[in-house]
Ligand binder design. Structure first.
Ligand code: SF4
Length: 464
């Protein structure tokens, strides 16, 4: 099925000038791409350029915003400094500037690098994260890139060569050894980057070891992927697309639930015939495909877009899963939406869809203590509050316990919320899960003024 046109053709900072569409960007837009891509990852491909971006609508086209950097993603002083680098600062000065800007963007949100890595005999296991009791995340080294990069990417340090902030595993051996000792783990999430950048043979090398009888407790194998949106050819016309589908069938036949966690930011990503065919081919293998994405300013603030995404997905056989809140990392100031607005956008979208699309949950924050969903904005005892609960938590006992935070129209992340009703802490702050050495909370979770959006990286341990 493959043809010349179907071959994957990426463009990076070094080659984007060769893309036929480069001439559609005006000088300022071109400068923004070249300046900001010194700090943040930039990669796009011919399918995104040819099929997904409406060039008559740039710079406001959502997929253009999703893939092409904008100058306002950085404070103007940083932006100007990067632009002046272009015209001849020394290499050392440039490297120092780029590094400082990166370090100011909270490169390891929710403490994931330091606090979710499991240890065996005191030695950290590279490329694994184990935050929630039943789910282990696995980062195969060959899957630590994407077919195109999102401008808001929350895993951006993985792609920019900050080697001390990279976490990946060369093979599945340590994962399998770890899982054998963890009978309560039911789910493995293979993630990146995008594991679907691997060819089928390499992917099979990571997945097939999970099918052995000693790992019968692993019921669900999840794969986090953006390929369904950025390169649906992976499931349709790539040279080994059919082999990939046979691999999916093999996993299903082995008695596992194979769930693709499809990252779709906008309904435009599901409008092309090849994207729709990809969904049909995936679900025909017996695998499931779930739709999830963060809510991002400039890209998907319109409730109608979410309703279209979920409705189209259901029609094709996919399952709406999550609307997330943009994470507290990278150029978040440019992309974040206040929690109060996010709640209203979710509600308006949810009201428009049938019960089959109401499998979706949100808006949800993947914060350090767990996944916190905003259930409502209500008035209780004369106080306007956010009604919250954990959908997932470090301590399973916290899940689905309603709790309340003072209403704050400006708040954009969990660490900016304060307990309601004059409480001095949230219920979970003194609570330490059995056998857990301590709960790690962002410094000054509520005791200090809300940290500035870009610098809340310090952590303290709260122990019993
Ligand atoms: S698909 Fe995910 S990991 Fe890849 S660039 Fe987008 S947000 Fe980042």
């Amino acid at each position: 099925m493959s043809s010349q046109e179907d071959r994957f053709k990426p463009y990076t900072r070094n080659s984007i000038k060769n893309a036929p569409q480069w001439k559609f960007l005006d000088t300022d837009q071109q400068q923004a791409v070249l300046a900001i891509s010194q700090v943040l990852p930039f990669r796009v491909n011919a399918y995104v350029l040819d099929e997904l971006i409406d060039w008559s609508n740039i710079p406001d086209d959502p997929i253009f915003r999703l893939t092409f950097p904008h100058r306002d993603m950085l404070p103007s002083a940083e932006y100007e400094a990067l632009c002046s680098l272009e015209s001849g600062e020394s290499r050392e000065t440039g490297a120092a500037l780029v590094r400082n800007i990166r370090l100011g963007m909270n490169p390891h949100p929710a403490g994931q690098l330091t606090h979710n890595v499991p240890h065996v005999n005191g030695v950290p296991i590279k490329g694994l994260q184990h935050k929630y009791k039943e789910t282990v995340l696995f980062f195969p080294s060959a899957g630590q890139t994407c077919h195109a990069y999102c401008t808001f990417c929350f895993r951006w340090p993985q792609f920019v060569g900050m080697s001390e902030l990279k976490f990946d595993a060369k093979d599945a051996a340590s994962l399998v050894d770890y899982l054998k000792e963890q009978p309560h783990v039911t789910d493995v999430l293979i993630t990146g980057g995008d594991p679907m950048v691997m060819n089928t043979k390499s992917l099979a090398g990571y997945i097939e070891p999970l099918l052995i009888p000693e790992l019968s407790h692993i019921q669900n194998i999840r794969i986090g992927t953006k390929s369904v949106a950025y390169w649906p050819q992976r499931f349709v016309s790539d040279a080994d697309a059919d082999d990939l589908l046979r691999l999916f069938e093999k996993v299903v036949k082995a008695g596992k639930n194979l769930a693709l966690m499809g990252h779709y930011n906008h309904p435009a990503e599901l409008r092309t015939p090849i994207a729709q065919l990809a969904v049909r081919r995936i679900v025909a293998t017996g695998a499931t495909l779930r739709l999830q994405a963060p809510l991002i300013r400039h890209i998907n603030e319109n409730p109608q877009d979410w309703a279209e995404l979920w409705t189209t997905g259901v029609k094709l056989g996919a399952i709406p899963y999550y609307m997330f809140i943009e994470r507290d990392t990278g150029p978040r100031n440019y992309f974040e939406v206040p929690l109060a607005q996010a709640y209203e956008i979710f509600r308006k979208a949810y009201q428009q869809v049938s019960g089959l699309a109401r499998t979706v949950r949100g808006p949800s924050m993947s914060a350090h203590p767990g996944k916190v969903v905003i259930d409502g904005i209500v008035e209780l005892g004369g106080e306007k509050v956010f009604a919250l609960q954990f959908l997932q938590a470090r301590n399973p006992d916290w899940v689905r316990r309603p709790f309340y935070a003072r209403y704050d129209a400006q708040a954009t992340w969990f660490d900016q919320l304060r307990p309601a009703f004059a409480e001095d802490k949230f219920f979970f702050e003194d609570d330490v899960p059995p056998g857990h050495p301590g709960i790690l909370l962002p410094t000054g979770l509520h005791h200090a003024p809300a940290p500035s959006a870009r610098h809340a990286t310090d952590l303290i341990a709260v122990t019993s």
